[in-house]
Design a binder for this molecule. Structure first.
Ligand SMILES: *[C@@H]1O[C@H](CO)[C@@H](O)[C@H](O)[C@H]1NC(C)=O
Ligand SMILES: *[C@@H]1O[C@H](CO)[C@@H](O)[C@H](O)[C@H]1NC(C)=O
Ligand SMILES: *[C@@H]1O[C@H](CO)[C@@H](O)[C@H](O)[C@H]1NC(C)=O
Ligand SMILES: *[C@@H]1O[C@H](CO)[C@@H](O)[C@H](O)[C@H]1NC(C)=O
Ligand SMILES: CC(=O)N[C@H]1CO[C@H](CO)[C@@H](O)[C@@H]1O
Length: 327
């Protein structure tokens, strides 16, 4: 009796240790090196295409990172953002997707992979590996990408609008959007740091410059000097021009984003909102005052968390032959 109790106690402890020490096994079906036997060169092939692409077009890093993020928030990380619709009713046709770019790069990666190992590597995994490589290449953090995702067959324009966190979001709506995907408040503030690279289109923030509450006013949470600067980039009614999200270093993956947000120079309302919650605010201040002491490590962890959202594994879904259409 006593012996069996001790045994089950030890067993529970062992399970606990295994679970804690191997958090990468938490998502059943995903693992680092899923293609080690079936397509050993897979990650090297992706990396080669991405390094070549970024040497030619460094500004593609941000939209390619965003593509994985958009994919994961709608039906999980299942490659659904890549599907075309003959009637323009797919996720990529939704308003939040209008500024996604780089679909051709994903097609190039898929083409190279199909040549090496036909029908093996999913489009959903390509997005996850590409997201890591576009961060690591411009001097950002590196992490091991879990693979083994399979591709979904459904892509629905209305689901994109319902699930993708909005640049106009407030802190409660942002926290809710992340929580609905099983992601934490920390994941929210850490993944927002992706705004260290890329641009924002005027349409996503000019309300803060010209007509915040419909009275021709400005957003009081935005630094007035910065408003003057931004007005130079975006005239009233201009939705197509853009501003760098991290001016001066928008091509370099670094922790400057938090310094900007702390100085009330975050471009979107969703950036400024990070100062409205004690936990996210503390994180912003910490990174801003310590040159991003933990940002790279945290970003790697949160990317792995996000890449586990709603994945299809095992016999679910399919391995698409072309990323833009179901088999
Ligand atoms: C799918 O759509 C993308 C743009 O969204 C386009 O560039 C591509 O040519 C389309 N692919 C096919 C096979 O129709
Ligand atoms: C797309 O998603 C919306 C919202 O969840 C749903 O009402 C609609 O039926 C879906 N459309 C299709 C074609 O499945
Ligand atoms: C936050 O945004 C949501 C949805 O956009 C809205 O319903 C809510 O009232 C807002 N909350 C605050 C505190 O402004
Ligand atoms: C500001 O917004 C209000 C309410 O939506 C609108 O009536 C007004 O025309 C807008 N002003 C400008 C300058 O766009
Ligand atoms: C890349 C892409 O497919 N963008 C689409 C986003 O949605 C608009 C309209 O909703 C389309 O015109 C774009 O082609």
């Amino acid at each position: 009796m006593a012996a069996s109790k001790i045994f089950s106690f030890l067993f529970l402890q062992l399970m606990f240790v295994l679970f804690v020490l191997h958090p990468t096994n938490a998502q059943e079906g995903l693992k680092v090196g899923f293609y080690a036997k079936t397509c050993p060169e897979a990650e090297a092939i992706v990396k080669k295409v991405i390094v070549q692409t970024l040497s030619r077009a460094p500004t593609l890093a941000a939209p390619l990172l965003r593509m994985h993020f958009h994919d994961c928030f709608v039906r999980g990380c299942d490659g659904s953002v890549l599907l075309n619709s003959s009637t323009n009713q797919a996720e990529k046709n939704a308003i939040p997707n209008q500024t996604l770019r780089g679909f051709q790069i994903i097609d190039n990666v898929k083409f190279a992979l199909e040549k090496a190992c036909p029908g093996v590597v999913s489009c959903a995994d390509i997005l996850a590996i590409v997201a890591r490589d576009v961060v690591a290449t411009p001097k950002g953090p590196f992490w091991e990408v879990e693979t083994g995702r399979r591709d979904g067959r459904v892509s629905n324009i209305s689901e994109a609008l319902l699930n993708i966190p909005s640049p106009f979001g407030n802190i409660s709506s942002l926290k809710r959007d992340f929580q609905q995907k099983g992601l934490s408040v920390k994941d929210l503030v850490v993944l927002s740091g992706a705004h260290t690279i890329g641009i924002g289109h005027c349409g996503a923030f000019t309300n803060r410059l010209y007509n915040f509450t419909g009275k021709g006013d400005t957003d009081p949470t935005l630094d007035p000097n910065y408003i003057t600067k931004l007005k130079g980039k975006c005239k009233l009614g201009d939705t197509l021009s853009f501003a760098e999200m991290d001016p001066g270093s928008f091509k370099t993956f670094d922790e400057d984003y938090y310094t900007l947000v702390a100085k009330r120079r975050g471009l979107f309302q969703s950036d400024a909102a990070l100062l409205d919650d004690p936990e996210t605010k503390a994180y912003v201040k910490l990174q801003a005052t310590t040159h991003g002491s933990t940002f790279f490590k945290d970003f790697a962890v949160s990317m792995v968390n996000m890449a586990r959202v709603g994945v299809l594994t095992g016999k679910d879904g399919e391995i698409r032959k072309q990323c833009s259409r179901v088999n």
